[in-house]
Design a protein around this ligand. Structure first.
Ligand code: 0A1
Ligand code: ZN
Length: 879
């Protein structure tokens, strides 16, 4: 177990490596009781490093060292120091070959970092620092080497042996063993190394690249999953074509492989030529995966594939630059998803995640810039800030430069830095050099943490026909950062006339043919814009398309929001107006009497959405989702989750009561005998259907109960079946809920991914997921503490979705979470550290909650031998 007082690593202390690795020759002997790793490195001093290089230092973690040889000669123990986490070899020449042999125990590796076993197969996870759990190595991304890997194992148990690159040799060995050798011609950092050995079925396909090269595509899965590969394979081919069309990026190896594993800490990993996926992020069939799962798979397959250029060919100099590859790749996968489906819906989903969870992170104790300045445990920095805010930053560059110049910038970036390990600054410089734009102030987005707050005031001068907009920006203090400078913010805006018509945005001296939408560039703490030639007071449509990841404060009236909800030509802002109105209505009930009046115009606004089939149904489906409890908590200063839950429930019940007939009509409109399709229209239909059902069951509507039972029983796809199950589980129809849950489990008990859905529907529900029931789920035979997906589907869903139960005023939810975090800390610190996050937000809550949350955190802090991962999060949150 790791030390109790982990060191902080600082960006300022970055130094180039003293030694470089030219070539790595690996030989893995895989056995049931462990694995021997023979590692021969061709090393030379780094000509770019200054001073005396000193001993060679290699990183290691949980390794048993068997021998060290230099240029073929075994070294005596006096020539090296084995400290466990470092192997130091003294008196090395300028260029040499070092052979290190280590023994590791993949079968006992529960951290799932390095080489481990999952459902009987060997697999690896090396990002960020897992390679050091396999062998001694300079485990940092700026050391890039060519790898040759020979894997040896029992042939019957492990017929498939994979690693990065192309297979170059294979053969039989004694005792029923065999080997395959792989060679990766592209120099890579160790975090992109991968190995898989197992009894897997191969699904094959082909792709012809833009230059006419034939690529072998292969998916490797357990035999029971062969029927779940088609969608991911198709998504892969679409991603390959898209990256050629939109970014001019062609695939480079002759073979591209995807492997599905059940036990995986994250979603997937972009290892060169051998992507490894969490089964839940790649396997899908109509009967077992929801629309949301299909969309997630499409996005993740694309994301991992796009990393081949944004991450692998051009990689990160150090882990502070993580967003260089992640922010850019998330931006790329978001563009891809938008192109494949509904761009507005994709934007709404991304903005929702950002505003609910990333804004919370950016306002919490772990807030950090997109390019952090320090960390204790890098695994803690695979955050929404690095990924999602990082993607927003790239998106803003895209908006500021426009399509053509952005493409020129990305071409320059890839060409200039191919084969290098670089920084976010190199990325911005390529964009500047290609476009001629000065992005020096824009760089603050990488350096300053915290969500900028824009306060907007307006004023209309009837006599002059001038509309004035004053926008002030402030970037809040975050841990270790105060007195921040104003950032460069693209602010998209439109103005609407009383009939809903778009008005020209004519700044001062411009001609009347001004545009109907503008992107204002905010660079100062305060700007005042004057729009001329307006004969009436306009309604402003602010921050269209969520053009920057900022909070906007403007004193919207309910009339204005209702107007924007039905008139704004920007689909995103229509949705946003509906959300702001619903938030306002829910917030106005907080602390109000039980019979306080609820805004009747909200009902009419929703009725208009339900009744008009000419509206974009994908947008309507999104507009009918009330703001989540998590978002409402995020918007509060001293949150009372029980009150928020009650108010939101009251609004939901009020809407459902008043819209009973419309909901029923909407439901009936969506049901037909159409074939199952994954188009935005069909997805919207299914979403509308289950939302209507959910609302009606929420108020105990008997006819809807029958519809739900029928939808559950007759569904020909998982979206409809789970939609009905969820509606039943979240209702007070206890018998129907119990029956449906039992039937669902019986039907899918052999499918781990569906069982995970079954767990999370219950743990995430305020009706079925009270603490004693969640405890029962943990004791269920299908639950497995070693499987991160199971832990997430019960413990994660309880603390992340079932906020009423988690925030039970008696503190039991907090105590429960602390207990599970402590239990997981020894076996899988990465998962423990992610699970503890909900407790770290304690300052956001009203005192009776926050004191108990703090106590639970202290309990975690006091656990003996706390991992570095959890140590960092807990200590920073209690500071
Ligand atoms: N780079 C991968 C995600 C990933 C990150 C860290 C991991 O272990 C700590 C595993 C995977 C991606 O962005 O998809
Ligand atoms: Zn990624």
């Amino acid at each position: 177990m790791r030390t109790n007082q982990p060191q902080t690593i600082y960006l300022e202390e970055y130094r180039v490596p003293q030694y470089l690795v030219e070539h790595v020759d690996l030989r893995f002997e895989l056995f049931e009781d462990g694995a021997r790793v023979h590692n021969t490195l061709t090393i030379q001093r780094n000509p770019a490093a200054d001073g005396n290089p000193g001993p060679l230092e290699l990183d290691g973690d949980s390794l048993r060292l068997e021998s060290v040889a230099l240029d073929g000669e075994q070294l005596p123990a006096s020539r090296y120091e084995d400290e466990g986490s470092k192997l130091r070899v003294k008196d090395v020449p300028a260029r040499f070959e070092l052979t290190v042999v280590t023994w590791i125990e993949p079968q006992n590796n529960t951290r799932l970092e390095g080489l481990y076993k999952s459902s009987g197969m060997f697999c690896t996870q090396c990002e960020a620092e897992g390679f050091r759990c396999i062998t001694y190595y300079p485990d940092r991304p700026d050391v890039m080497a060519r790898f040759r890997t020979r894997v040896e194992a029992d042939k019957a148990a492990y017929p498939v042996l994979l690693s990065n690159g192309n297979p170059v040799a294979q053969g039989e060995l004694d005792d029923g063993r065999h080997f395959v050798t792989w060679e990766d011609p592209f120099p890579k950092p160790s975090y992109l190394f991968a190995l898989v050995a197992g009894d897997l079925v191969e699904k094959k396909d082909r792709f012809t690249t833009c230059s006419g090269r034939e690529i072998d595509l292969r998916m490797y899965v357990e035999p029971r999953n062969v029927h779940k590969c088609d969608f991911a394979m198709d998504a892969l081919k679409r991603s390959m074509r898209w990256d050629e069309d939109v970014y001019g990026r062609e695939y480079d190896l002759d073979i591209f492989m995807i492997v599905a594993v059940d036990d995986f800490n994250m979603g997937a990993m972009e290892n060169k030529g051998l992507n490894i996926f969490n089964s839940s992020c790649v396997l899908a069939s109509q009967d077992t995966a929801t629309d949301a799962t299909f969309q997630r798979i499409e996005a993740i397959v694309a994301h991992e594939y796009f990393h081949n250029w944004s991450g692998n060919r051009v990689t990160c100099r150090d882990w502070f630059q993580l967003s260089l590859k992640e922010g850019f790749t998330v931006f790329r996968d978001a563009q891809f998803s938008a192109d494949m489906g509904s761009p507005t819906v994709k934007r709404i989903e991304d903005a929702t995640l950002l505003r609910t969870a990333q804004f919370a992170e950016d306002a919490g104790p772990m807030a950090h810039p997109v390019r952090p300045a320090s960390y204790m445990e890098i695994s803690n920095f695979y955050t929404l800030t690095i990924y999602e805010k990082g993607a927003e930053v790239v998106r803003m560059i895209h908006n500021l430069l426009g399509e053509t110049l952005f493409r020129k910038g990305s071409d320059l970036y890839f060409e200039r830095h191919d084969g290098q390990a670089v920084t976010t600054d190199d990325f911005v410089r390529a964009m500047e050099d290609a476009s001629g734009r000065d992005l020096s102030q824009f760089r603050l987005w990488y350096q300053q943490a915290g969500t900028p707050v824009l306060t907007v005031q307006d004023d209309y001068d009837q006599a002059e026909g001038i509309y004035r907009l004053t926008i002030r920006q402030a970037v809040p203090d975050t841990p270790g950062q105060t007195d921040k400078q104003p950032q460069h913010i693209p602010f998209a805006l439109g103005l609407l006339g009383s009939e809903g018509q778009p008005l020209p945005l004519r700044l001062q001296s411009e001609s009347p043919e001004a545009p109907q939408e503008r992107v204002l560039e905010l660079t100062r703490a305060e700007h005042c814009f004057e729009f001329h030639g307006l004969t009436e007071r306009p309604v402003p449509s602010l921050l269209r398309g969520f053009s920057a990841p900022v909070r906007v404060h403007y004193p919207w009236t309910r009339e204005q929001l209702l107007f924007l909800m039905s008139h704004d030509p920007d689909g995103f802002n229509r949705w946003d107006a509906g959300q702001r109105l619903a938030v306002d209505v829910i917030q106005s009930l907080l602390g109000a009497a039980d019979d306080a009046e609820i805004e009747p115009r909200l009902v009419e606004a929703y009725r208009a959405l339900l009744q008009d089939p000419s509206l974009d149904q994908a947008l309507v489906a999104k507009m009918l989702q009330l703001p989540s409890e998590a978002y409402l908590i995020e918007l509060s200063d001293s949150a009372d989750p029980a009150a928020i839950h009650r108010s939101r429930d009251r609004v939901l019940a009020y809407l459902a009561e008043n819209l009973r007939d419309d909901l029923m009509a909407c439901y009936r409109r969506q049901t037909g005998t159409v074939d199952y399709e994954l188009t935005p229209e069909a997805i919207a239909q299914r979403s509308l259907k289950s939302t209507a059902l959910g609302w009606l069951l929420h108020i105990g509507d008997e006819p809807a109960l029958e519809l739900a039972k029928a939808q559950y029983a007759e569904a020909d796809n998982m979206t409809d079946r789970l939609g009905a199950l969820r509606a039943l589980v979240n209702s007070d129809f206890q018998q129907a809920r119990t029956e449906a849950l039992a039937s669902f489990y019986q039907r899918y008990s052999e499918d781990p991914q569906v069982v995970e859905l079954w767990f999370s529907v219950q743990a995430g529900s305020d009706r079925a997921g009270q603490l004693p029931q969640v405890q029962q789920l943990l004791a269920h035979p299908a639950f497995d503490w070693k499987n991160p997906n199971k832990v997430r589907s019960v413990v994660g869903a309880f603390a992340g979705q079932n906020l009423a139960a988690f925030h039970n005023p008696d503190g039991s939810g907090y105590e429960f979470l602390a207990e599970q975090v402590c239990r997981l800390d020894d076996s899988n610190p990465q998962i423990a550290s992610r699970l503890v996050a909900p407790l770290t937000r304690w300052k956001k809550f009203a005192p009776n909650y926050s004191t108990q949350m703090r106590t639970a955190l202290e309990r975690v802090r006091d656990k003996p031998a706390l991992s570095r991962d959890v140590y960092e999060v807990v200590h920073k949150s209690l500071a």
